[in-house]
Design a protein around this ligand. Structure first.
Ligand SMILES: Cc1ncc(C[n+]2csc(CCOP(=O)(O)OP(=O)(O)O)c2C)c(N)n1
Ligand SMILES: [Mg+2]
Length: 320
């Protein structure tokens, strides 16, 4: 397909924003500025950006512990996101939820559960809201290859299918659930897409090192969902470049394979495409990188000015 330069630049900017958000998380964590932990999504950004390039006003998003950077392009305030991760009251959950409780209700980010898979039902509920409001919006449900084996996810898929709800299930298959390879935990090669037939849903798999390819695959499915055809599954093939958590030495896998995947980096691939196709020069890319990085740094500085919660804050937001 042919795209305008403006479209490709916007996709690249979004991709870069998530990449720098990811890199900053790692940097802050290494500097001891994040209480709790993070799950780096470095290398997986195209599987989020490409899918979300199909988004529009009024859509709902259920992300999960790794693709938290999605919030950056959905429009959640960067400063609030960093404040939450850094444990400050300026965060969306007063800094008490951290990376596992990132939400932005105004932008349709409905939050997610640390108990993997259970939150798919809430996202299907968001799909029911859309159906009852009779709009052509979509509820996006991001989950991992490990989570693809959880029962609550399948109950949610079944409900979405029988009620023909506008839900896109996005399996970000990064090939690992902590130390367990997907090839061990699933009996089928495509733990997202191969399960769709069981619910009568269309599906696709896509190479998620290529952000434009992800967009095209997602668009085909999303167009069908917005037209009222019911839910679908997109499986993004990717690789978890870093450990499950920071400090995980990943001794359970072959480091040479990891190095091979790094060469297929989605950001480098997009930059090459932009230069090869004459959309941007290397200098323009450098300038944009500096601009996005400055945005991240300004947001971190602002978040840093937000205080830590006090012991009294523990009693806020309690029902009883
Ligand atoms: C129900 C449940 N079981 C186990 C865990 C612990 N846990 C946290 S992340 C994770 C791995 C999930 O793998 P996957 O779904 O592939 O996502 P990824 O971490 O690779 O992005 C596990 C097992 C959990 N949070 N919830
Ligand atoms: Mg995984």
């Amino acid at each position: 397909m042919q795209y305008t330069a403006d479209f490709l630049k916007k996709v690249y900017r979004d991709l870069l924003s998530i990449r720098f958000f990811e890199e900053k998380q790692v940097e802050l964590y290494a500097a001891g500025r994040i209480p709790g932990h993070i799950h780096s999504g470095i290398g997986e950004e195209a599987g989020v950006t490409g899918v979300l390039t199909t988004r529009k006003e009024g859509d709902f998003f259920k992300i999960s512990h790794r693709p938290v950077g999605a919030g950056v392009i959905i429009g959640a305030p960067l400063e609030t996101m960093f404040a939450e991760i850094m444990g400050r009251v300026g965060g969306n959950a007063l800094g008490m939820g951290g990376v596992l409780h990132m939400t932005c209700r105004e932008k349709g980010m409905i939050g997610f559960s640390g108990t993997l898979g259970c939150d798919a039902a809430a996202a299907v509920g968001a799909g029911l809201t859309i159906q009852m409001n009779e709009t052509d919006n979509v509820s996006y449900v991001f989950y991992g290859d490990g989570t693809s084996n959880r029962g609550p996810l399948h109950e949610a898929m079944n409900l979405a299918a029988i009620w023909k709800l506008p839900v896109l299930f996005v399996c970000n298959n990064n090939q690992f659930a902590i130390s367990t390879p997907s090839s061990y935990s699933s009996a089928v090669p495509n733990p997202g897409a191969d399960r769709a037939a069981a619910y009568g849903m269309p599906s696709k798999t896509v190479d998620a090192t290529d952000v434009v390819a992800v967009y095209e695959a997602a668009k085909e499915l999303v167009d069908g969902i917005r037209a009222g055809n019911g839910p679908a599954v997109l499986e993004c093939k990717m690789y978890r470049v870093r450990g499950h958590f920071e400090g995980d030495q990943a001794k359970y896998r072959d480091a040479a394979v990891t190095e091979e995947w790094k060469k297929k980096d989605c950001v480098l691939k997009m930059e090459k495409k932009l230069v090869d196709e004459g959309v941007m020069t290397a200098e323009e890319i450098e300038a944009l990188r500096a601009e996005v990085l400055a945005e991240m740094e300004a947001a971190i500085d602002a978040a840093d000015k937000s205080p830590e919660p006090t012991p009294e804050d523990l009693y806020r937001n309690l029902y009883v």
